[in-house]
Design a protein around this ligand. Structure first.
Ligand SMILES: NC(=O)c1ccc[n+]([C@@H]2O[C@H](COP(=O)([O-])OP(=O)(O)OC[C@H]3O[C@@H](n4cnc5c(N)ncnc54)[C@H](OP(=O)(O)O)[C@@H]3O)[C@@H](O)[C@H]2O)c1
Length: 254
């Protein structure tokens, strides 16, 4: 039956950057759908607190301290997930950061950091997990892109480049790994209320400008992403690959 195809009961996967914000919202949806989860971030106390909250949905959740832009830490994340669950059915590459400054003043160090955390990490995590998925006969990889992959934004040159890169990498990996029954897709959030967008929300004028442009008339919340996340992690999306699903309140259509 169709609703059974959305169930993640008995499945296990990784969500990166899940201590707060969109990653936490996605992890809540995946846990409610029945998935066992390994969640990661750099700050362990907040991550452990989130893991505890997620366990209330009745599945097994482990908190693993990892910087996803460091290969050895990614390998540890993957190995510990395998030790605990014996398989990895899905990987959610969600961890991300931004820095804001006019492009003419944007520091090189910020450029390198944003590209490393937002783009290189997606490749490192996907490659490590795909090697497991190839052996086990398939899986789902879901990346977090952004509407900024399409629009470019303002004063976020490295972020825009990283998210455009994630959208292209999603297609490249989808092409390479379709033969292994690995689906690679992305979610493209619009403007979502999290720590990452706090500076935009605090800037009253910018907040008004952005809010007025959203057809649905409101910013998104982290749990607005959960439905698309469950779809892309589940059997319901078996014939979908290389796509970005935008969850943006209509921004890109306006
Ligand atoms: N908010 C939006 O409007 C929006 C829109 C489009 C796309 N996105 C994307 O959605 C994703 C989540 O963003 P968010 O708004 O939820 O941000 P957030 O609230 O700042 O959360 C970011 C998460 O990523 C973790 N993280 C950051 N760097 C990491 C690293 N190197 N290794 C492991 N974990 C790391 C953070 O924990 P630690 O700091 O403790 O590591 C935190 O759990 C990002 O990829 C972002 O680009 C956000």
């Amino acid at each position: 039956m169709i609703l059974d195809k959305f169930s993640l009961k008995g499945k296990a996967g990784i969500v990166t950057g899940a201590s707060r914000g969109i990653g936490k919202g996605i992890a809540e949806g995946l846990a409610q759908a029945g998935a066992n989860l390994a969640i990661c971030s750099r700050g362990l106390p907040a991550l452990q607190k989130t893991a505890e909250e997620l366990r209330r949905y009745g599945t097994d959740v482990i908190a693993i301290n990892a910087d996803v832009s460091v290969k050895a830490e990614v390998e540890n994340l993957v190995n510990r997930t395998l030790e605990r669950f014996g398989r990895i059915d899905f990987l959610f590459n969600n961890a991300g950061i931004t820095h804001r400054a006019p492009s003419e003043d944007f520091p090189e160090g910020w450029w390198d950091e944003v590209i490393r955390v937002n783009l290189k990490s997606v490749f490192l995590c996907s490659q490590a997990v795909a090697r497991v998925m190839i052996k086990q006969g398939g899986g789902k990889i879901i990346n977090t892109s952004s509407l900024i992959a399409v629009t470019g934004g303002k004063s976020i040159p490295a972020y825009a480049a990283s998210k455009g890169g994630v959208a292209q990498l999603t297609k490249a990996l989808a092409n390479d790994w379709a033969k292994y029954r690995i689906n690679v897709n992305a979610i493209g959030p619009g403007y979502i209320i999290t720590d990452l967008t706090a500076p935009l929300i605090e800037d009253k004028q910018r907040y008004q400008e952005l809010s007025a442009r959203i057809p649905m008339g409101r910013w998104g919340k982290p749990d607005d992403l959960a439905g698309a996340a469950v779809f892309l992690a589940s059997q319901a999306s078996d014939y979908v690959t290389g796509q970005t699903i935008f969850v943006d309140g209509g921004w890109l259509s306006a």
